[in-house]
Design a protein around this ligand. Structure first.
Ligand code: CP
Ligand code: NVA
Length: 318
């Protein structure tokens, strides 16, 4: 019989050298083990020194939290980051990805990439010989989901059987919440207007991955989605790259603002989450954002702890 600690250690060791392109790239044990290591690193029970490893950051979209939390995570682990913004490298002048990925693998120990198409990071992962981390694509935001469930676990304890309701656009954040939630045994309810649902393929994938009988549900009624949930989550209605659709989306999402009335449908102990940046008065009211139920800034902090754990596992610094 393998002890729980040995099981966690084995799950983390199995991640050495892996890519993290999707929440579904890790199995349930690996996902839970990364959360456990994140909470040990946060509390100071565990210290890890990666010894001068270098993480390359290739960001084609704006970022505050993801960029800075990766920079600080590497610094805390004794390593460093290099900023490979495509506008200042030969990438921006059309150097092929397959060449860039192979060259950067000779300098960096891992690459964190934020871009539009999921296929692009899949191509990087194919050509790179070091771990590639999805720092957000149009399809997924898996690092965010790790921090989100770490935050929920800190408040509610064992995640299996808890319910997280996500209200708004069926976007990258919603996709990773469904997949990561399914792996952790969390019921995930998505409430979004018709025409803005998550991809049916991701919904099916989440349902097939669901542990401990977790149910992944979709509804167009925000009140039904939130009813009795232990966490209520929202994100912007127009993601990066969809700025031209802002006005049309504001109309389509009428009734989907996370305000006091909607929050009152949730469990009494419910926490409020938002990946940020937020648009107060659109997807979330200023009152709810600043309410005592809000764990939004703990959640932002947890990006750092979750990514430290992720980097330690992928880079084999355990
Ligand atoms: N939540 C998140 O990914 O924030 P940034 O866009 O600032 O990185
Ligand atoms: N869905 C948002 C998340 C930002 C962190 C976007 O892709 O812009």
């Amino acid at each position: 019989m393998v002890s729980a600690a040995a099981g966690v250690a084995a799950a983390l060791t199995s991640l050495r050298g892996c890519d993290f392109l999707s929440s579904a790239d890790f199995n349930p044990e690996e996902t839970a083990a990364v959360l456990q290591l994140a909470s040990q690193l946060k509390s100071g029970d565990r210290r890890i020194d990666l010894g001068n490893r270098v993480l390359g950051l290739i960001f084609s979209k704006a970022s505050t939290r993801t960029r800075v939390s990766f920079q600080v995570a590497m610094a805390r682990l004794g390593g460093q980051t290099v900023d490979l913004n495509p506008s200042v490298t030969q990438l921006g002048r059309g150097e092929p990805l397959e060449d860039t990925a192979r060259v950067l693998s000779r300098y960096c120990d891992a690459l964190a990439i934020r871009t539009f198409a999921q296929q692009e990071i899949a191509d990087y992962a194919h050509w790179a010989s070091v771990p590639v981390i999805n720092a957000l694509t149009d399809l997924e935001h898996p690092c965010q989901a790790l921090a989100d469930f770490l935050t929920m676990q800190e408040v509610h304890g064992d995640l299996a059987g808890q319910t997280l309701a996500y209200i708004g656009d069926g976007n990258n954040v919603a996709h990773s919440l469904m997949l990561c939630g399914a792996l952790l045994g969390v019921n995930v309810r998505i409430g979004c207007p018709a025409g803005f649902e998550p991809l049916s393929g991701v919904l099916d994938q989440a349902r097939s991955l669901a542990q401990h009988g977790a149910v992944i549900e979709l509804t167009s009624d925000p009140r039904q989605a939130v009813s009795g949930a232990q966490a209520v989550y929202t994100d912007v209605w127009a993601s990066m790259g969809q700025e031209a659709e802002q006005a049309e989306r504001e109309k389509a999402f009428t009734g989907f603002c996370l305000d006091r009335d909607l929050l009152d449908q949730a469990d009494q102990s419910a926490i409020v989450l938002h990946c940020l940046p937020a648009h107060r008065g659109e997807e979330i009211s200023a009152e709810v954002m600043e309410s005592s139920a809000s764990r939004i800034f703990d959640q932002a902090e947890n990006r750092l702890h979750a990514q430290q754990a992720l980097l330690a596992a992928l880079l084999g610094g355990l």
